[in-house]
Design a protein around this ligand. Sequence first.
Ligand SMILES: CC(C)(COP(=O)(O)OP(=O)(O)OC[C@H]1O[C@@H](n2cnc3c(N)ncnc32)[C@H](O)[C@@H]1OP(=O)(O)O)[C@@H](O)C(=O)NCCC(=O)NCCS
Length: 187
Amino acid sequence: MTAASAPHAPVGRGTIRTLTAREMPLLRAHLLRLDAESRRDRFNGAIDERFIESYAERCLADGTVVVAYVEDEQVLAAAELHQPDTSYDGLPEIAFSVEHHVRRKGLGSILFRRLITEAEGRGYERLRITTGYSNEAMRALAQKFGARLTFRQGETTGTIDLTPLALPTFGGRSMNRGASLKSIEAA
Ligand SMILES: CC(C)(COP(=O)(O)OP(=O)(O)OC[C@H]1O[C@@H](n2cnc3c(N)ncnc32)[C@H](O)[C@@H]1OP(=O)(O)O)[C@@H](O)C(=O)NCCC(=O)NCCS
């Protein structure tokens, strides 16, 4: 079993799926439920509710793909794939948020894998992740999937290359339908 295998039991009775446009308010509610530290880790700084509300509206307007863990009509965890044309350098950005009470159960890993599949389906060859330098959880999660993050001016930035080569596995299966993640530094 590799580092990208899934040792955890299933999280609960929810489902993992891509949100429809109508469901995007669930993303906003999820982000608003994050505590201050999680918001800081997610957005690389202190942010208020107005920021989250306009951020969620932007995600709906600009076609951000959101893969989410949904339980009882609530998004408890989300992975975002931002379109390349919303990025300053044309690199699609990915981001993750898992509510506290469902962390360390493998959700982040499952969402990471699903997002890679989404990105691959869109023909993206590289993805970027950005987080704060002290975010050990995100660093560990990214490294689990082969992304090496580097520090620069308080931020940690990593680029994931999606290549049709060999491969971390996940739960005994190929992690990315035969594609691998190769880490490179980016900052
Ligand atoms: C980062 C985050 C998404 C991880 O979600 P998660 O569901 O807990 O992740 P997983 O359970 O799949 O854990 C994956 C790996 O990350 C590592 N990890 C998770 N939390 C960790 C922590 N607090 N400290 C150290 N490593 C940690 C572990 O190595 C774990 O591997 P394991 O399966 O061998 O235990 C979650 O902590 C989070 O939402 N944080 C706040 C928002 C944020 O920081 N987003 C990232 C910026 S885009």
